[in-house]
Design a binder for this molecule. Structure first.
Ligand code: PEP
Ligand code: MN
Length: 338
């Protein structure tokens, strides 16, 4: 449930309410807006009486949140959330343009790609050091060596970096190098990983599971938020379907669908959603038009030599042309490239 405070409630009143919630065995999450404070009460609501809480000084209203996700809901936080990744903003009118190779392969290759995507207007660099591959014989990523390269190249090109973490045991290591954690589709419901990440203060890119509903994705975000980390960016990357002419089926409606019930930013990854470079530009443009808070694209300077997902990578020149379209579209929809 949420407790809506009166406009001029004092810090002492807020402290008192938080203490009372904790005494009752619940967790309190504060959302301080410009005009008023809202306190989310997290725990088993069937064990909580609303009336006594409504009687506390400073409380205007106590409301149940009917959705299964609470902290991720618009009832808890009406305005769009803005997630800060390094010095880049994502959400609430700011577009996160994430680009880079699927995997970090070497300093030289990443440096070349980063220079080109940065010049094209990308504002966050991606690259996997721990790769979730379908085959155990495929390239699994460079591990810590890859993380070091990513950090160095990101710093050189003045871009914050995002990289995947697959296991709770990797969180501490990845936290030392990355500006943003990526949770991949295969781990969207790895609840121990979500809880571990929730205890850090790094922003998270949470990708939709390949057979997850929009509600499942929001429940996974809720795990991270409920563990104490408020900075989650969702990512639509397509779901499995009967359609086999694309790698996955891109659910573009998930963008306005999420926005209707959640304040969290959502970006789209047309690379993994379609698996087809010929479809990525149109689907990227459609993403911005649909209200997405950014676009995530895999780019490689020599896709034929790429160690993973080469077939879906855009060439730097194609990415540059796409970004020129996206900049114009951003203006039309009134958004700024973070
Ligand atoms: C990736 O971003 O390289 C990746 C593996 O994506 P997903 O988890 O969406 O399949
Ligand atoms: Mn990939």
């Amino acid at each position: 449930m949420i407790i809506v405070l009166r406009p001029r409630s004092t810090p002492e009143q807020i402290d008192h309410i938080v203490k009372r919630i904790e005494e009752l065995g619940f967790k309190a999450h504060l959302s301080q807006g410009e005009l008023r404070t809202i306190i989310g009460v997290i725990g088993d609501e069937s064990k909580l009486q609303m009336e006594p809480l409504a009687a506390i000084a400073g409380v205007e209203q106590v409301l149940p949140i009917l959705k299964p996700f609470k902290l991720a809901s618009r009832e808890f936080h009406a305005a769009d959330s803005v997630v800060q990744v390094g010095k880049i903003k994502v959400g609430g009118g700011y577009l996160g343009m994430i680009a880079g190779p699927c995997a970090i392969e070497s300093y030289e290759v990443l440096d070349e790609i980063a220079g080109k995507v940065r010049a094209a207007g990308a504002n966050i660099l991606r690259g996997g050091a721990f790769k979730p591959r379908t085959s155990p014989y495929s390239f699994q990523g460079l591990g810590e060596k890859g993380l070091k390269i990513l950090r160095e190249v990101g710093d050189k090109h003045d871009m914050p970096v995002v990289t995947e973490v697959m296991d709770p045991r990797q969180v501490e290591l990845v936290d030392r190098y990355a500006d943003m954690f990526q949770i991949g589709a295969r781990n969207m419901q790895n609840f121990d990983l979500l809880k571990e990440i929730g205890q850090t203060r790094r922003p998270v890119l949470l990708k939709r599971g390949m057979s997850a509903t929009v509600k499942d994705m929001l429940m996974s975000a809720e795990y991270i938020l409920a563990s104490g980390n408020p900075d989650v960016v969702l990512c639509e990357r397509g779901v499995r379907s009967f359609e086999d002419s694309t790698r996955n089926m891109l659910d573009m409606s998930s963008v306005p669908n999420v926005k209707a019930s959640s304040h969290l930013p959502i970006i789209v990854d047309p690379s993994h959603a379609t698996g087809r470079p010929d479809l990525i530009p149109s689907m990227s443009r459609a993403s911005v038009a649909a209200g997405a808070d950014g676009v995530h694209v895999e780019v490689h300077s020599c896709p034929e030599k790429s160690l993973s997902d080469g077939a879906q990578a855009l060439l730097p020149a194609q990415y540059t042309a796409l970004m020129s379209d996206l900049r114009r579209l951003a203006e039309v929809v009134g958004k700024t490239i973070g």
